[in-house]
Design a protein around this ligand. Structure first.
Ligand code: 2IT
Length: 447
């Protein structure tokens, strides 16, 4: 296998699909050496097959807004790879959603899910529907309309969607309500992230953020450091950032910045419980403005328009918002202000040059597909609960999540330890995920 050759073919075939090409390139660069030690992979053309999704569904979603106007959006489900289990991955509602974005996310999801230790294939879906400024009723009508098409593509042993950007517990509720009506079955196993009274995992809302902090603890421990007393800068104020703030604060770290599309809130004394709770209101309001935090708590938070979380001096940066949200310039600014660790929580949150900058300048770095895998892992636990009609307590789920994040970290160390003893977490995560999926594909023949 030759990464350059495969990439130039993909670039010619999918011009303009920059995020998808970026995700593929990172994985291929990481696995090339190992791949070439396995002639059986080359013979079965594993890489050429792995970079193509199994199938993509595209459908029209028509709904009526509060003003009585008819609105039309496009819905998608990208079923990427089912070598190690049924398709699994979130739904993203965001105005910038395109098939290319969902292809990159589905590709990443395949490797991430392989790292979780659980049997789940990779998928992603969503719509170019923009939740910003929408009322609760509009969200409900859109979710219902979206499910009238999606329900034909999914099933508990087939494809199990969950939330992602713009899709949280509320949206999963509306989606499930319509699914149940159409399928005429109470099949809780068809979606994860459900409410805890109707089959949801009690810890799923927190799990991505909690898992990210458990991974960070493992990474710091390996580096001989401790998170207690560290200053953290976090981007975003959605579900993931909320869980990360909760756990970081509980572990004795100080979250001194959160950010949004409008700017950054600097919180010199660290975010507190009241402010963390308020993040939920900010998300539910669909205003998409972090300034609301400073308006609500003027004595604790100062808002600066147009700035990112990366402009605030910190020890550890946790991107928790969107892909490519941290550039090489941001990485340099973080380093200049004393940051020594970046654990990417958002999928592909750092631009390739930012990752290189961190790696070449002694900043500990771990990629999203390892750091944020606790979310989908807890979805996998929810699937197990649903299939066996049991419910675990929060403590039980948390214990399993600890174990899974430790195991993901161990896999990164196993495959990412370099001759000089340092750990390349990007390589480690990619090779570990790849080996599992590739082996399964090989054993299942040419399909
Ligand atoms: O990016 C992700 O891993 C998710 N959005 C969660 C997917 C899931 O199926 O829980």
């Amino acid at each position: 296998m030759n990464t350059k050759e495969i990439m130039s073919k993909l670039q010619a075939k999918y011009p303009g699909e920059s995020e998808y090409l970026q995700a593929v390139q990172e994985v291929l660069e990481s696995v090339e050496e190992v791949y070439n030690q396995h002639p059986e992979f080359e013979k079965a053309k594993i890489v050429e097959r792995m970079v193509e999704p199994d199938r993509i569904f595209t459908f029209r979603v028509t709904w009526i807004d509060d003003a009585g106007e008819v609105q039309t959006n496009t819905g998608y489900r990208v079923q990427f790879n089912s070598a190690i289990g049924p398709y699994k991955g979130g739904l993203r509602f965001h105005r910038a959603v395109t098939p290319s974005m969902l292809k990159f996310l589905g590709f990443e999801q395949t490797f991430k899910n392989a790292l979780t230790t659980l049997p789940m294939g990779g998928a992603k879906g969503g719509s170019d529907f923009d939740p910003v400024g929408k009322s609760n009723d509009e969200i409900m009508r859109f979710c219902q309309a979206f499910m009238t098409e999606l329900w034909q593509c999914i099933g508990p042993d087939q494809d199990i969607p969950a939330g992602d950007v713009g899709v949280g517990g509320r949206e999963i509720g509306y989606l499930y309500g319509m699914y149940k009506k159409l399928a005429r079955e109470y099949n809780t196993g068809v979606l994860t992230g459900k409410g805890s009274t109707w089959g949801g995992s009690i810890l799923r809302p927190e799990a991505t953020g909690y898992g990210a902090l458990y991974f960070t603890q493992n990474l710091l421990h390996k580096a001989g450091k401790d998170i207690a007393g560290c200053k953290l800068a976090i981007s975003g104020f959605g579900n993931v950032a909320w869980g990360a703030c909760k756990k970081a604060t509980e572990l004795g770290a100080k979250v001194i910045a959160i950010s949004g599309p409008d700017g950054v809130c600097h919180i010199p004394d660290g975010i507190d419980a009241e402010m963390i709770d308020y993040m939920l209101d900010m998300r539910a309001s669909n205003r998409n403005r972090v300034e609301d935090m400073a308006t609500r708590f003027p004595e604790k938070a100062q808002f600066t328009a147009g700035k990112k979380a990366w402009s605030v001096a910190c020890d550890i940066a946790l991107p928790c918002a969107f892909q490519n949200e941290l550039s090489a310039d941001d990485a340099a600014e973080l380093k200049a202000n004393g940051c020594w660790c970046c654990c990417e929580v958002s999928n592909m949150g750092c631009q390739p040059d930012a990752i290189k900058y961190f790696q070449h300048n002694g900043v500990l770095f771990a990629p999203g597909k390892a750091v944020n895998a606790g979310g989908v892992a807890t979805s996998g636990l929810e699937m197990t609960q649903n299939a066996s009609h049991i419910s675990w307590s929060g403590e039980e789920v948390d214990q399993k999540l600890h174990f899974i994040m430790k195991s993901i970290h161990e896999q990164c160390v196993k495959y990412g330890t370099q001759p000089d003893g340092s750990i390349d977490y990007v390589k480690g995560a990619n090779i570990a995920g790849f080996m599992k999926v590739a082996t399964a594909m090989l054993e299942q023949g040419i399909i």
